[in-house]
Ligand binder design. Structure first.
Ligand SMILES: Nc1nc2c(ncn2[C@@H]2O[C@H](COP(=O)(O)OP(=O)(O)O)[C@@H](O)[C@H]2O)c(=O)[nH]1
Ligand SMILES: [Mg+2]
Length: 174
């Protein structure tokens, strides 16, 4: 089998927004043995053989605020997903803090916002305004409109990862 192109994606966001749940559901719990306990990071893998891609999704337990995430762990990241919880307003307000971490990787790092737990609270007009305002500060980074999902209830949120792949690979093929 020909070698798969590895694409590293990092999930950032407040504690309990659903980062680990997203990784587990999307990859069916497939993770590398390597568990970086010092910073609480686990790498999940998903092979998309048809596309000749292996996604490596880095799930950082550390919330990135109390202890900074060492920059060496972020190296090689092609895109970042910022996860927030619709039932927890402060996790939405903290999106810029996570974006500031992401910008350490590269000021043009590709990013998308995922608003999780629509089963607890729908994505309201009010949330939409708040997120739009946040997005105005990082216009060169977004690869998509925000995604509103429920890891608990949605059958699939493959579209989130497909959008990232599309964006990363179109850059390579230029
Ligand atoms: N109701 C609801 N709960 C969720 C959803 N996604 C995750 N959770 C729950 O939120 C809690 C935190 O999830 P976890 O994935 O550990 O968050 P993390 O700290 O960001 O990794 C857990 O109890 C999950 O079961 C969702 O879409 N809806
Ligand atoms: Mg977690």
């Amino acid at each position: 089998m020909s070698e798969l192109n590895r694409i590293k994606i990092v999930l950032l966001g407040d504690f309990a927004t659903g980062k680990t749940s997203i990784c587990k559901k999307y990859t069916n719990d497939k993770f590398e043995e390597k568990y970086l306990t010092t910073i609480g990071m686990k790498v999940y893998k998903k092979d998309l053989s048809k596309k000749q891609i292996q996604l490596c999704i880095w799930d950082i337990a550390n919330d990135g605020m109390t202890n900074a995430i060492p920059i060496e762990y972020l190296k090689g990241t092609r895109a970042v997903l910022i996860i927030a919880d619709l039932a927890n307003r402060s996790s939405i307000n903290n999106i810029p803090r996570h974006m500031d971490t992401a910008l350490q990787i590269d000021e043009n790092i590709k990013a998308a916002i995922v608003l999780n737990k629509t089963d607890l609270r729908p994505f309201s007009e009010d949330d939409s305004m708040t997120v739009k305002k946040i997005m105005q500060d990082y216009t060169s980074n977004w690869i998509s409109e925000p995604f509103a999902i429920s890891v608990k209830c949605d059958e699939s949120f493959d579209n989130v990862f497909m959008k990232i792949i599309e964006s990363v690979t179109s850059e390579v093929n230029l």
